[in-house]
Design a protein around this ligand. Sequence first.
Ligand code: ZN
Ligand code: ZN
Length: 123
Amino acid sequence: MTTERRGEILLDAIYDEVDHRLNPNSDECWNCGGDGYTYDCIDGCCEDAESGCELCSRPCPECRIYAAERAKAVREEVIKSGNTDIAIAWLKEIGRWHDGLSRQMVQAELEKAAALAEKGESA
Ligand SMILES: [Zn+2]
Ligand SMILES: [Zn+2]
């Protein structure tokens, strides 16, 4: 198995664990039912007020809060792991990876972030 593939698998496990921690019953969002969007359709004005039309769709604020919490928790787990393969897979996942980065740079960033996190916890 390539180290790249290994990092992806381990990262998947982190996502699963974070999802399980934040949402143990895999509940759909109470606000949008898992759509990720809410609609402010008006009967008679909109083509399909029942199921919502495209013009009235708004990103669900509850889902955005959850996504932010999830992203933060995943970041913490990646730092805690101290694993460069996971960190690289994660950077790719969130679109922050580029060819100018090297394993050494990622490793250094990981250590820096872990040191900062430790300071924050003991303070
Ligand atoms: Zn509408
Ligand atoms: Zn929602």
